[in-house]
Design a protein around this ligand. Structure first.
Ligand code: ADP
Length: 163
């Protein structure tokens, strides 16, 4: 039995939806490693270091959380951390196809690694980092979707990229 779970993702940036999932996972596992993927195919707004820092800030009051980053296959990283559990989130049916494919691919690559899906609170079930970035870039107040310091980081970053 493992006491460690790994929650991999882009976290560009972390949202209240991710935080909701981290809290749920930490009720099940003694240690939850939130791992930012370094070579995601998506182009990111925040650097890897910035994403890690924002997650660290968002989880300082939570027990048993480690924040890290990794390169390459998630399953390899999970094993390196002494775990065999990947945490992923399911918001809506639209997430299902991609997550299903990825979970089964990972199982093919390593039959010992299990993916566990958690569902966020309904209030966050439509929330995505992409949506936050889009709406924030149009000047929307995203304070109900992300922690305050993430909102400030978004403002700074978006002003810079506009210049
Ligand atoms: P990725 O690029 O790996 O999909 P994300 O940071 O977008 O990285 O998401 C990481 C994981 O967190 C994914 O499983 C995604 O479905 C989940 N997730 C993202 N936003 C939410 C949310 N609002 N509620 C629940 N799960 C979420």
């Amino acid at each position: 039995m493992t006491k460690i779970a790994v929650y991999p993702g882009s976290f560009d940036p972390i949202t209240n939806g991710h935080i909701d999932l981290i809290k749920r996972a930490s009720k099940i596992f003694k240690k939850v490693v939130v791992a930012v993927a370094e070579d995601s195919s998506k182009e990111s707004l925040f650097t890897l270091e910035e994403r890690v820092e924002l997650i660290k800030k968002a989880t300082t009051n939570l027990k048993g959380i480690e924040v890290d980053s990794f390169k390459g296959l998630a399953i390899k990283y999970v094993k390196k951390k002494g775990s065999y559990v990947i945490i992923r989130g399911l918001r809506m049916i639209s997430d299902f196809e991609y997550e299903f494919q990825m979970a089964l691919t990972n199982r093919r690559l390593s039959k010992n690694v299990e993916t566990i899906f958690l569902m966020p609170s309904e209030a966050y079930s439509y929330l995505s980092s992409k949506l936050i970035k889009e709406t924030a870039s149009l000047g929307a107040d995203v304070s109900c979707f992300v922690p305050k310091f993430v909102q400030s980081a978004l403002k700074k970053k978006l002003n810079k990229t506009k210049k």
